[in-house]
Design a protein around this ligand. Structure first.
Ligand code: ADP
Length: 506
């Protein structure tokens, strides 16, 4: 049987494990495809955000240029006022200067920081920016000097082309001019910062600290040479997100494995139980045949003797006839028990509940057993207390009690066998005890004897005694239908006490 169970287990395992493995592998490959796509889309988004930061800085610079790009003189009052306004409103702006486009000579300087001067633009730069303006495109070009950046551009003042320059303190520009828009874009979801790559210092950040290993993307700043904008997820990097997702998949996988294993254990348990039941059923058939064979043989033998008129006197004939009647009774009992069992098993048994006087019922049954007791020299004691009534189906309770007394007789010991049948009321419950001093039942078997077809086959007496293994199962089913209980207390070699416990009828 063990080999069959092992084979079935392996087949079940394969049936369950293969589809799971297939689904998991498929799922994993689809996930990586999806994740690659998500990552791609996500990276594009990050780049767009960095682009927006650059565009913001461009907008700020062109708005400054537009303010001064007027048809007025460099030294005019209007220009002076506008430039003063720009310098006052923007702390990052240190100087505004103008240069001659031909010679590169400084022609005007606004702003009062004495320590900082605007460097003279080189000729190549002037030529480059002038050629752009000829094509109607105003370009800005930044040159870094330590903490400052000079931003050069060409403009037409009073129809004369000239070179303009903003000298800005770069970190202040990043912090004060770009800072607000960075805060707005980050919305607590990203770490965005614009940093001086040479100083490796955060100039402006949406968070105080940017962990560099979390940074997923960066882009150089168009107008701030040496600076770059960088962006990272605030809580986790993409890699971490992907990792946590695959971790989730692993949990799901093991969850599935556990479910399959539980199912498998359950399936194996069920198969084992069914196989055990099949084995017990076949034992049952052989036991019943055995039980029927003896009475049949006796009946046939004595009937034949009578038929052949080989009996010497009428006394002997009477004795033979008695044996035939007794054995026929035994046969009828066996067959009736099997029929009862079959009815109960198929839930076809009908119950008619009435008031039952327990002590009266015990008397009736015990009286019927008297000949058996005396035949086997069994001492039987009856201990009844008061008047006990239960609401029950009399025939089936009788049947349960007969089964218990039958067993007490069957499994009694050879010397001084004793049976005590008692009834007692305890806490509104009526107890009917059937106690014997027979072979007893070990604790291991006590749990199983109420199962269908179960018989204890160890021990001499148990083996010798004929039986089919359905008696106690019938008792248990009858008790269940009465919402009552059957209990056993037993010790091998000392005896057993079976108790039927009913709710008292008041
Ligand atoms: P069986 O036809 O074998 O008696 P039962 O269902 O009535 O079937 O009992 C199941 C098993 O319980 C028996 O095979 C026997 O081993 C054990 N058993 C039942 N009653 C007693 C008892 N009074 N003393 C010892 N063993 C008992």
């Amino acid at each position: 049987m063990k080999r069959i169970i092992l084979q079935i287990s392996v087949v079940l395992l394969l049936i369950a494990a293969l589809p799971i493995a297939y689904i998991f592998i498929r799922q994993a490959s689809e996930l990586t495809e999806n994740e690659a796509m998500v990552q791609n889309v996500y990276e594009q988004q990050l780049e767009t955000i960095l682009f927006t930061i650059n565009q913001n800085s461009e907008n700020i610079l062109y708005s400054w240029i537009n303010r001064i790009d007027l048809p007025v003189e460099q030294h005019s009052l209007v220009m002076e006022q506008i430039v003063d306004g720009l310098l006052q409103n923007n702390k990052s702006l240190v100087h505004i200067a103008f240069f001659d486009i031909e010679t590169g000579q400084q022609t005007a300087l606004y702003g009062d920081s004495v320590h900082v001067k605007v460097d003279r633009p080189n000729k190549a730069l002037i030529r480059k920016l002038a050629s752009f303006i000829d094509q109607n495109y105003q370009r800005i070009e930044g040159v870094k000097h330590d903490n400052y950046i000079s931003l050069y551009f060409v403009l037409r003042l009073s129809d004369n082309k000239c070179m303009g320059a903003f000298k800005i303190h770069s970190d202040t520009f990043v912090e004060q001019n770009l800072g607000p828009s960075i805060q707005q874009i980050s919305q607590n979801r990203f770490h965005i910062s614009v940093v001086d790559t040479s100083a490796v210092l955060n100039a402006a950040s949406s968070a105080d600290v940017v962990e560099r290993d979390q940074t997923t993307h960066y882009s150089s700043m168009w107008y701030l040479p040496g600076y770059r904008a960088q962006i990272a997820l605030q809580n986790a990097s993409i890699k971490e997100l992907v990792k946590s997702r695959s971790q989730y998949d692993v949990y799901v996988f093991w969850g599935l494995v556990v479910v399959v294993l539980i199912g498998l254990v359950f399936a194996i348990y069920t198969i084992r139980r069914e196989m055990k039941l099949a084995e017990l059923k076949s034992e049952f058939v052989s036991n019943v045949s055995h039980e029927i064979r003896t009475p049949l043989a006796l009946i046939s033998m004595y009937a034949e003797t009578l038929l052949m008129k080989r009996v010497k006197n009428t006394e002997k004939a009477d004795e033979y006839l008695h044996v035939i009647v007794n054995e026929t009774d035994r046969l009828a009992t066996i067959v009736n028990r099997i029929l009862t069992f079959s009815k109960i098993d198929r839930n076809k048994r009908e119950y008619h509940f009435t008031d039952v006087d327990v002590n009266l019922l015990i008397d009736e049954i015990v009286n019927n057993f008297r000949p058996h007791f005396s035949q086997k020299n069994i001492e039987c004691n009856l201990v009844k207390s008061g008047s006990l009534h239960i609401f029950a189906d009399k025939d089936s309770v009788a049947e349960a009690l007969i089964n218990l007394i039958d067993n007490a007789v069957k499994y009694s010991r050879d010397d001084h066998p004793k049976i005590e049948i008692s009834s007692v009321l305890k806490n509104d419950y009526v107890y009917i005890h059937v106690e014997d001093n027979g072979i007893g039942i070990s604790a291991k078997h006590q749990k199983l004897i109420f199962d269908k077809f179960y018989r204890v086959t160890q021990g001499n007496l148990a083996h010798k005694a004929k039986g089919s293994g359905i008696g106690l199962n019938i008792v248990q089913e009858i008790m269940k239908r009465h919402k009552a209980k059957v209990e056993v207390k037993s010790e091998p070699g000392k005896g057993s006490t079976f108790s039927l416990i009913f709710k008292q009828k008041k």
